[in-house]
Write a protein that binds this ligand. Structure first.
Ligand SMILES: Cc1ncc(COP(=O)(O)O)c(C=O)c1O
Length: 511
C-alpha cells in the first residue's frame, strides 16, 4: 500500500487540492479492487510521512473518505476499507459534495465527525448510485405524478393569487392557516385522529412533523422504540435526538407487542414510533388485539405513541380503520400529510396532539421555520373543500391496487422459490425477504446493472440483519414494467449466487 502512495505524484501547486487528490487516489484504488474490502489503510501519521503532507491533511483525507462511504474508522484499531461493493460514489466526479477545492478543504477539519450508521450507508448508496438513472424505479416511494391533481392545483393557485395576493407574502399563525386546520380537524373527526382544530399544527410535510415530535419528546439518554423495518426518515429523526433507539419487529399483525413488553420490562421508554396501518415498508396493519394491548401499555406505563398515518389513507382493500388516537388522544401523537395522495411538492403535513406536548411542539415549530409556507396552505385548504380529496382517492386507489397485484404476480413468477413477502392492503410497498441471504450490497449493485433499483432492507432497519430484504415500491411503475423489474432482480440474484460471493457471513462481515 505505502509503495503505491510513494509512487503517487501529488500536484502540489495544481488546481485540485492535495486532500482531494488523495481522496481520489484512494477512491480509485478501492473502486478498482486494488485496495480490498477490510484492508487497513496506513495510519494517518504514516500516510503524512509517506506522501510528505501534514498530519491534519491526512486526517481530512480519511474523514472525507468516510463521509463518502469508502472507509470506516474503528477507534484504536485504524481505518479500514468498507466491506462494500464500490458503487463509484464519485469522490472525484461529482458525487455527494462534488469536487472539493483548496478553498473548501478547511471545512473537512471544522465539521465534527458524524457517526454514520449502517442504515445511513445503505440509504446513501442507494440514493447516489450512479447507475440508477435509467433503472426501473422500484426503490422510489413517490406517488405517480399522473395521479396527482396538478392541473386542478394550478387553477386553484391562479385563483388564490388573483383573489388574495397577500396569501403569497403575509406571515401566518405558527400553527397554520385557520381554514386549513378547521378542515383537517373535520377530516380528523371522520378518521379518528382529531376532535378540534386546536389540536392541529400544520407542518412542512410529515417529515417535519416526525422531526418535531421526536425532538419534543426525546433527548440524549432517553429510550425510544421503533418498528423495524420502518420509514428511513423516522429512524433518522429518532436517532438524531441522541436517544437510544430500540427495534420492534413487525410481522403480518403489525409491531410485535410481546417484544415491546420485554423492552418495557428493562427500559423506561418515552416514545414508541409506528405506522398503525399500511406500514411502510411491510404494508402491515396493527391487529385489533395488539392495538388494545399497545394502548393499555401506553396508559399504564406512560409513554407516547407516535402514529405516522401517511399511508393509512391509501388503503385499497379491507375496511377503513379508526386511527389509534381516537382511543388514546393524550398518549398518541398523530402525524400525516398530503404527500402521497395530492403531491409531495406541496409539503403540507400536520400533527394532531393535545396536552403540554402540543405547546412544546408549537415552540419547536417556531424555532424550525416559524410556519409552513402560506401559499401551499391556502392551496391545500381550497383543494380539501368538499369531496375532491375523496374523489381523488376513488380514482387513484384502484390504479395502485392494480399495480400491487401486478407486482405480486411478478414476484410469484420470478422469485417464488427465492423469497417470501406479504401482500399489503394499501400503501405503495412490498417487503421481500430472501429465503437464503446474500450480501445485499452486492445484490443491489448487480440489480442496478441489470436495470432495476430497489431500496435495500438495511436502509430502513434499526440494526443490521442476517436476512436479506428489499423494499419494492409499485407506486410509480406501470404493471408491465413491474414484471420486467422483478425479472431483472431475479437475474441479478442468480448472477450473485453463481459468482458464489454473495454471502459473506452473518456477523461483522459488513462494516
Ligand atoms: C411512512 C412515511 N412517513 C412520512 C413520510 C414523509 O412524508 P412527507 O413527504 O409528507 O414529508 C414518508 C415519505 O415517504 C413516509 O413514507
Amino acid at each position: 500500500m505505502s509503495h503505491n502512495l510513494k509512487m503517487f505524484d501529488l500536484q502540489r501547486d495544481g488546481e485540485v487540492s492535495i486532500t482531494q487528490q488523495l481522496v481520489t487516489l484512494f477512491a480509485t484504488l478501492i473502486d478498482s479492487g486494488e485496495l480490498a474490502p477490510g484492508e487497513r489503510l496506513p495510519a494517518t501519521r504514516a500516510l503524512a510521512a509517506d506522501v510528505a503532507i501534514n498530519h491534519l491533511t491526512a486526517v481530512r483525507v480519511y474523514r472525507r473518505l468516510a463521509e463518502l462511504g469508502y472507509v470506516t474508522a474503528a477507534v484504536g484499531r485504524g481505518t479500514f476499507v468498507r466491506r462494500r461493493v464500490p458503487v463509484a460514489l464519485g469522490a472525484s466526479d461529482g458525487g455527494p459534495g462534488g469536487r472539493a477545492t483548496d478553498d473548501d478543504d478547511w471545512q473537512i477539519g471544522m465539521l465534527a465527525a458524524r457517526p454514520v450508521t449502517y442504515a445511513d450507508e445503505m440509504l446513501r448508496d442507494s440514493l447516489h448510485a450512479p447507475l440508477a438513472g435509467d433503472a426501473i424505479p422500484l426503490g422510489s416511494g413517490y406517488p405517480d405524478p399522473e395521479l396527482c391533481p396538478s392541473a386542478e392545483l394550478a387553477a386553484l393557485a391562479a385563483q388564490i393569487t388573483r383573489d388574495h395576493p397577500r396569501a403569497i407574502t403575509d406571515y401566518l399563525q405558527v400553527e397554520g392557516l385557520p381554514m386549513l386546520r378547521e378542515r383537517l380537524a373535520e377530516l380528523g373527526r371522520e378518521a379518528g385522529y382529531a376532535t378540534s382544530a386546536d389540536e392541529i399544527i400544520v407542518t412542512t410535510g410529515a417529515r417535519q412533523a416526525i422531526d418535531l415530535v421526536a425532538r419534543a419528546v426525546l433527548g440524549p439518554g432517553d429510550v425510544a422504540v421503533v418498528e423495524s423495518p420502518t420509514f428511513a426518515g423516522l429512524l433518522a429523526s429518532l436517532q438524531a435526538t441522541g436517544a437510544r433507539v430500540l427495534p420492534l419487529p413487525v410481522d403480518e399483525d403489525g409491531p410485535d407487542i410481546d417484544a415491546l413488553e420485554r423492552i418495557l420490562a428493562r427500559h423506561e421508554v418515552k416514545l414508541v414510533a409506528l405506522q398503525e396501518a399500511c406500514q411502510n415498508p411491510t404494508g402491515a396493519d396493527l391487529s385489533p388485539p395488539r392495538r388494545t394491548r399497545l394502548l393499555e401499555l401506553a396508559r399504564t406505563r406512560g409513554f407516547f405513541v407516535l402514529d405516522d398515518g401517511v399511508y393509512a389513507t391509501m388503503r385499497f382493500d379491507g375496511e377503513p380503520r379508526r386511527r389509534l388516537r381516537a382511543d388514546a388522544p393524550s398518549h398518541v401523537i398523530y402525524v400525516d400529510s398530503l404527500s402521497k395522495t395530492i403531491g409531495g411538492g406541496l409539503r403540507i403535513g400536520w400533527i394532531a396532539a393535545s396536552g403540554p406536548v402540543l405547546a412544546r411542539l408549537v415552540g419547536l415549530k417556531i424555532d424550525a421555520d416559524i410556519h409552513t409556507a402560506a401559499l401551499p396552505q391556502y392551496l391545500a385548504a381550497a383543494y380539501l373543500q368538499g369531496d375532491r380529496h375523496a374523489e381523488l382517492l376513488r380514482a387513484a386507489l384502484p390504479v395502485y391496487r392494480e399495480r400491487r397485484d401486478a407486482l405480486v404476480a411478478a414476484l410469484e413468477r420470478h422469485l417464488a422459490h427465492d423469497a417470501t413477502w406479504t401482500v399489503p392492503q394499501g400503501g405503495n410497498h412490498i417487503w421481500v425477504t430472501l429465503r437464503e441471504p446474500v450480501d445485499e450490497r452486492i445484490l443491489y449493485v448487480e440489480s442496478l446493472r441489470a436495470g432495476t433499483a430497489f431500496l435495500p432492507g438495511g436502509a430502513v432497519t434499526v440494526e443490521k440483519s442476517s436476512r436479506t430484504s428489499m423494499r419494492l415500491s409499485f407506486g410509480l411503475v406501470e404493471p408491465e414494467l413491474l414484471d420486467e423489474g422483478v425479472r431483472r432482480i431475479a437475474v441479478a440474484l442468480r448472477e450473485v449466487r453463481r459468482r458464489g460471493r454473495g454471502w459473506v457471513g452473518a456477523t461483522g462481515a459488513l462494516s
